[in-house]
Design a binder for this molecule. Structure first.
Ligand code: GLA
Length: 376
């Protein structure tokens, strides 16, 4: 269990569940284009303890804010508690008679860092409410429910990657997800066995206009798919890319399409490299993904570009921003014994550029949503 679980207030609880944050190894902004993604779960998680109430009312306490919010489903909840109220709403919309509950939430997933702290809340709350209600909802269909809470209740037009990662990832594996069919494959991702590690650098760049820019990218992609007369950009094959680009008048749209189509292929190439046991080969694919996000999707900021260049100069096999963009975290694939040197190089580059010092930590793929046997 992550340290978050140890901070849950004394119970009693009828159910306690944990859901992790995630990093995406590769496959950015492909999920809402019906494409491929390859995230893995962080050891950092959100833990939710729930006690059943005998009335349709929900009380939620958050360790992070110190606040308690109560709602009965008739009013629109705003702020952090919207992620909880959104899950109650989505479950009711799906026809479940959700039991009232007193919930306590703690988390050690850094928030605002692009590590899916909101999906972690949604997925853990969902697991607790399903458990309290005795509903038998398979893990495979839970991401859609949590995504509905995010899209329709909270109002963020995200794809299905984060909720899928938080729910379905397995320790020691990356989750290869086809965002159209929702078929999954757990791809073994044991870097330590090859003397490698993933270093996560949190750029701590302030997120600005994230939701608006995200929505704009999504609209451009959907518009391009319409012009190209395909259901989604996933349907543009790499060898049909030049012909597709020639049919688009708008230069910005051409760039967006080129990112999505090449990024889908990079996910497939990454999965092939991992299946063949050659994790080092993933490095150049990560770096190409970053260039594509910088040049074509235009979602990077100077802090993440600086982190990527510094990591590469210090000997990383590859590096890229992970998540929605405009700040957040960078992943670097490094020799395990080079972690400290790469981190130092990034810190130095940040200091030279006058940026806020970054955070950095090494991650190994952890377990998705799981029940916690809570004594207390
Ligand atoms: C955010 C969204 C995801 C995905 C990524 C970009 O994390 O929540 O659905 O689109 O951005 O890959």
């Amino acid at each position: 269990m992550s340290t978050a679980g140890q901070r849950l207030p004394e119970g009693p609880y009828d159910a306690v569940w944990a859901s992790p944050g995630r990093v995406n190894l590769i496959g950015e902004h492909t999920d809402y284009n019906d494409g491929y993604v390859l995230p893995f779960a962080l050891p950092h998680s959100t833990v939710v303890g729930g006690r059943r109430l005998d009335r349709p009312s929900w009380t939620v306490w958050s360790e992070q804010t110190g606040e308690t919010v109560t709602f009965d489903g008739t009013q629109k909840v705003e702020g952090w508690a919207a992620y909880v109220a959104g899950v109650v709403w989505a479950l009711r919309e799906a026809g479940h008679d959700v039991p009232g509950a007193a919930l306590a939430i703690t988390s050690d997933v850094p928030s605002g860092a692009g590590l899916s702290s909101s999906a972690a809340i949604e997925c853990a709350v969902l697991a607790v409410l399903l458990d309290l209600g005795g509903f038998d909802v398979p893990m495979a269909v839970r991401p859609r429910l949590a995504q509905r809470a995010e899209n329709e209740y909270v109002g963020a037009p995200t794809g299905i990657m984060d909720q899928s990662a938080s729910t379905l990832c397995r320790a020691g594996h990356a989750l290869f997800l086809d965002c159209r069919s929702l078929a999954t494959e757990q791809v073994p991702f044991d870097l330590a066995a090859q003397g490698l590690a993933i270093l996560v650098v949190d750029s701590r760049a302030p997120h600005a206009h994230v939701t608006g820019e995200y929505a704009a990218r999504r609209r451009d992609c959907e518009e391009a798919a319409k012009i190209l007369d395909v259901p989604a950009l996933r349907d543009v094959e790499p060898d049909g890319l030049q012909a597709a680009l020639a049919r688009l008048d708008d230069e910005v749209m051409r760039k967006r399409v080129r990112h999505v189509v090449t990024e889908d292929q990079r996910v497939l190439d990454t999965v092939a490299a991992l299946r063949s046991g050659d994790a080092r080969a993933v490095g150049p694919l990560m770096t190409a993904s970053h260039s594509s996000m910088r040049e074509d999707y235009e979602i990077t900021v100077p802090e993440v570009d600086t982190a990527v260049s510094a990591a590469l100069r210090a000997g990383a096999y590859g590096a890229r921003m992970t998540g929605g963009g405009f700040g957040g975290c960078v992943l670097a694939l490094v020799d395990a014994e080079r972690c400290a040197a790469v981190e130092a190089a990034v810190r130095e580059a940040f200091a030279e550029a006058g940026f806020t010092p970054p955070d950095a930590f090494v991650v190994t793929p952890a377990e998705g949503t799981h029940k916690i046997d809570y004594a207390g």
